[in-house]
Ligand binder design. Structure first.
Ligand SMILES: [Zn+2]
Length: 183
């Protein structure tokens, strides 16, 4: 089981104080037709992620793979190549996930993606993805979804299991991240 490190705590607290991680304001989001929840499959956090996202919408269409939003960007180290059985052609995990998001949107006529990464995440740990890269990849995942599905609304979130036992989900502001990351 992944544990949050002191370095991660330091950065995440800094992101909070800089306004990169905001409290969720459900009034700013139109989730009237539901939301496609894209999240890591971590069974220690899933119930909490689901419960907190239900504040956004009770109609959640959940797509869950190890790493969640982390595996979507082309440049992500967690977006690995897969070799399907009986198939000579390799495919990228992120392309599979993106394909499922596109299909879910068409099947359910939902125009909102609740895109998640979380900390501590076993996949982030395995690929040595630190807090800055975690947020950068979340923003890159948002950009990729928006580019692939014109007109889609994507809200980016990070779920944090703090060492004192609190579990919280924060909205990640793309603009504030970009302003912060070039400092
Ligand atoms: Zn995870």
């Amino acid at each position: 089981m992944a544990h949050i490190t002191d370095e991660e705590i330091k950065f995440l607290e800094q992101f909070r104080s800089e306004g990169v991680l905001e409290d969720i304001n459900t009034k700013r989001v139109d989730a009237s037709r539901g939301a496609i929840l894209v999240t890591c499959a971590d069974g220690d956090q899933m119930a909490d992620v689901f419960q907190q996202t239900e504040h956004l919408s009770f109609r959640l269409h959940t797509l869950s793979l190890n790493g969640g939003g982390l595996i979507l960007p082309e440049e992500s180290p967690a977006n690995i190549l897969l070799t399907p059985p009986d198939c000579s052609k390799q495919i990228k995990l992120g392309d599979v996930f993106l394909g499922q998001i596109i299909t879910a949107r068409a099947l359910k006529n939902i125009n909102l993606i609740a895109l998640h990464v979380h900390c501590p995440c076993g996949v982030a740990g395995a690929f040595k993805i630190g807090p800055r890269e975690l947020i950068a990849l979340l923003v890159a995942a948002k950009d990729r979804i928006k580019k692939s599905i014109p007109g889609i609304k994507v809200c980016a979130f990070i779920h944090i299991a703090w060492p004192d036992g609190r579990k919280r989900t924060y909205f990640v502001s793309r603009e504030k991240w970009r302003a912060y990351s070039i400092k």
